[in-house]
Design a protein around this ligand. Structure first.
Ligand code: NAP
Ligand code: FE
Length: 369
C-alpha cells in the first residue's frame, strides 16, 4: 500500500478563476509568449482575458498560434526559438492538450538553445525550462496536472511522450466556461480520453491507493457525461460541462501517478495514420482493456461496475458507439505495426495480464480488420 505521488502545479479552478487570480502572473516576469492552437483560444475568450490581464500587469507578450493537433516537435522548436529571441520570461499555453503539451516542450527549447528538435526525447539539457502557465479549454487530457507532454516527432511522424519533474506547469487555471465553445465532436472525444485515463489508471499494475481514488472519481463523473452524449447526442448543459472538466482533471491526476496502458499506445497509430482524434483513438480499445481487466482483476472490476451502475456490455455499447471507429487494415499493415512493439513498452507491462506486442496485433485484427 502506498500513496506515492508528485504534482507540484498550483491548480486554480472554477468559473472566472483566471480573471479573479491573474495577479499571480506578476511574479513570473515582464515578458511572455502565449501559445495557442488555431482559433479556439479566441473563440472561447481565453486569449482576450489573458491579453487584458497582461496589459494590466504591464507584461509584454508575443503570440505563437501555430500549434496543430498532436503537436510536432519542429513547431515547438520554432516557438522555443521565437520565445528566446523575444526574451520571454515565461510561457502561457492556452488550449486543449495539444497547445498545453506543446507549451511544456517550448518552455524547454526556449531555455536550451543547444537542443535540436528531436533531441528533446533524450532528456539531456542543461538549463531549467521557462516557468509555465497553462489554461485549459478542453475537458479531456488533464495535461494541466500531468508532468507529461505528448509530441509528434517531426522526423518519424510518431507520437511519443516526454515526462518528468520539468514538465509541470507552475500554475494551471481550469475554468470550465472556456470549454463551452467545444463542438459536440470535440466534447465527446475529449470525454472518451478522460474515461480512458480513469480506466487505464485504475487497473494499471502501477496503481496505488491515491491513483485509484482519483481514477474512480474521474470515471464516476465522466461516465455520466458519456451516457448523456450517447442517449441525447447533444451538448451538455453548464452543470455537466463543469463536472466533465473536473472529471478530466481527476483523470489527469490518476495517470500522473500511473501512466497510461495499452489503449493509449495502440491508439496512437489510429491518430498518426488515420487521423482519428486522440480520445476516440484510445477509446477504441477501452472495451477490450476492460475485458482484460475483468479477467485479471475481477474484484476491482466488480467494484467499478457497481460504482458506475453499468456492466461491461453496457460500457462497451456506449464507448464503442461514441468512439465510432470505421477503419480497415490489412494483415500486413497490422504485422508492420507489431514491429513497433517488440520490447520495453511500459504501457504494455503496466496493463494487467501478460500483454505483449502480439496481444496488440491480435486486438487490432479483432477490432480493426
Ligand atoms: P486538442 O488537440 O488540443 O484540440 C482538438 C481540437 O479542439 C482543435 O481543433 C482545437 O482547436 C479544438 N478546441 C480546443 N478547445 C476548444 C474550445 N474551447 N472550443 C472550440 N474548439 C476547441 O485536443 P485535446 O484532446 O485536448 O488534446 C489532445 C492532445 O493531448 C493529444 O496530442 C494527446 O496525445 C495529448 N494528451 C496529453 C496528455 C498529457 O498528460 N499531457 C494526456 C492525454 C492526451 P484549435 O486548434 O483552434 O485550438
Ligand atoms: Fe489521453
Amino acid at each position: 500500500m502506498n500513496i506515492n505521488s508528485f504534482m507540484p502545479a498550483e491548480v486554480i479552478s472554477g468559473k472566472n478563476c483566471f480573471n479573479d487570480n491573474y495577479d499571480k502572473l506578476a511574479s513570473l516576469g515582464k515578458k511572455c509568449m502565449i501559445v495557442t492552437g488555431g482559433s479556439s483560444a479566441e473563440k472561447c475568450g481565453a486569449i482576450n482575458d489573458v491579453k487584458a490581464a497582461l496589459r494590466k500587469l504591464s507584461i509584454n507578450y508575443t503570440v505563437f498560434n501555430g500549434i496543430t493537433e498532436n503537436p510536432y516537435t519542429a513547431d515547438c522548436f520554432r516557438a522555443g526559438e521565437e520565445a528566446r529571441e523575444f526574451g520571454a520570461d515565461f510561457i502561457i499555453g492556452i488550449g486543449g492538450g495539444s497547445p498545453l503539451d506543446a507549451s511544456k516542450a517550448i518552455a524547454i527549447y526556449a531555455s536550451n538553445p543547444e537542443l535540436k528538435h528531436d533531441d528533446i526525447y533524450l532528456r539531456k539539457y542543461s538549463c531549467k525550462p521557462l516557468p509555465l502557465v497553462l489554461i485549459g479549454t478542453t475537458s479531456g487530457t488533464g495535461s494541466e496536472v500531468t508532468g507529461v507532454s505528448v509530441l509528434t516527432n517531426s522526423n518519424t511522424g510518431m507520437k511519443k511522450s516526454i515526462s518528468g519533474h520539468d514538465c509541470y506547469s507552475q500554475i494551471s487555471y481550469c475554468d470550465y466556461t472556456y470549454t463551452k465553445t467545444m463542438p459536440y465532436s470535440v466534447t465527446v472525444s475529449t470525454a472518451l480520453d478522460a474515461f480512458a485515463h480513469g480506466s487505464e489508471s485504475y487497473f494499471s499494475e502501477a496503481a496505488n491507493e491515491l491513483s485509484e481514488i482519483y481514477a474512480l472519481r474521474s470515471m464516476k463523473i465522466v461516465w455520466e457525461g458519456l451516457k448523456y452524449f450517447y442517449e441525447t447526442k447533444s451538448l451538455p448543459d453548464e452543470e455537466l460541462r463543469e463536472k466533465m472538466y473536473i472529471g478530466s482533471l481527476f483523470g489527469g491526476l490518476a495517470i500522473n501517478i500511473t501512466g497510461t496502458c495499452f489503449p493509449h499506445t495502440v491508439g496512437y497509430i489510429l491518430t498518426e495514420d488515420y487521423n482519428i482524434p486522440h480520445g476516440r483513438a484510445c477509446a477504441a480499445f477501452t472495451p477490450e482493456y476492460l475485458k482484460i481487466a475483468a479477467e485479471n482483476c475481477p474484484e476491482k472490476s466488480d467494484s467499478l461496475f457497481k460504482l458506475l451502475n453499468a456492466d461491461l456490455d453496457k460500457i462497451t455499447e456506449v464507448v464503442t458507439a461514441l468512439a465510432d471507429i470505421k477503419i480497415k487494415m490489412t494483415s500486413d499493415e497490422i504485422k508492420n505495426y507489431g514491429k513497433r512493439w517488440t520490447s520495453g513498452i511500459k504501457n504494455f507491462s503496466r496493463t494487467p495480464g501478460n500483454f505483449t506486442g502480439e496481444t496488440a496485433e491480435k486486438i487490432l485484427t479483432k477490432y480493426i480488420k
